[in-house]
Design a protein around this ligand. Sequence first.
Ligand SMILES: Nc1ncnc2c1ncn2[C@@H]1O[C@H](COP(=O)(O)OP(=O)(O)OP(=O)(O)O)[C@@H](O)[C@H]1O
Ligand SMILES: O=C(O)C1=C[C@@H](O)[C@@H](O)[C@H](O)C1
Ligand SMILES: [Mg+2]
Length: 242
Amino acid sequence: MNGHRRAGRDTGPPASKPKPAPPARPTPPNDGQQARDAAADQAAAARNAPAGSRGRSRRRRRRRGGARLPDRAVVFVGPMAAGKTSLGKRVARELGVPFIDTDAVFVRQYGPITEFFERHGEPEFRRLEAEVIAAELATGGGRIVALGGGAVLTESTRRLLAEHPVVLLMTTQEAVLRTANLSRRPLLRDDPEAWGRILEERRPLYEEVADVTYRTDRATKEQLARRVAQWARSFRKRSDNA
Ligand SMILES: Nc1ncnc2c1ncn2[C@@H]1O[C@H](COP(=O)(O)OP(=O)(O)OP(=O)(O)O)[C@@H](O)[C@H]1O
Ligand SMILES: O=C(O)C1=C[C@@H](O)[C@@H](O)[C@H](O)C1
Ligand SMILES: [Mg+2]
């Protein structure tokens, strides 16, 4: 599992694997790849099924009856501009649950993040960001919560994530520089190439908290939203089985 603490599909570290230039987005439908992705999603769901429910008949029954989203936040983490906000919104729509973006909650409470960084510095941002996240995760009910790119730096946040299904979104620096609006991201505004360096520093933390990884530079938002929604419906934390 390439260092993942819990089971899930890991499509591999994008920055360190030699690979052909990524296709221009949106990625054209690729039936072979889609079939492989669907099979991988089902395998991940089966691995995470509650103890005693891994037989084929139980899985079939669950598909027919429609698996339910866990009664808690499904959390999106990942590097800056990987797609946590835009994909999170789509997955929430797909599942019919609320979407919360903790960066947006922060902005409502404390003002624009770029200005906050300039006035108060990163440590104060992290302290308040962790408070915002803890408050959101304490709210029950099925929903999607997208975190800021650096939220996993805070240990108390990582501890809270152990109780939630966590989706790691990964992409490449090339894709980010092509698509993202860097002026809204204070850590990248003056040095866009810092994206890769920051990712390498944070990668172990992302992998520590993640239950599953999806690459957002290899499929359209629509394709990914369906896959992630399906995964979220069938995923159960190991602690749920006790
Ligand atoms: N397949 C995809 N999935 C998600 N986002 C994509 C995809 N393809 C392109 N994008 C684009 O990537 C950009 C970055 O997305 P977004 O703002 O959701 O990232 P983020 O992870 O929330 O970033 P931050 O860490 O700064 O909050 C957006 O312009 C989005 O439309
Ligand atoms: O990766 C980061 O450190 C950040 C990502 C954004 O989502 C914001 O939370 C903020 O700009 C910091
Ligand atoms: Mg975001």
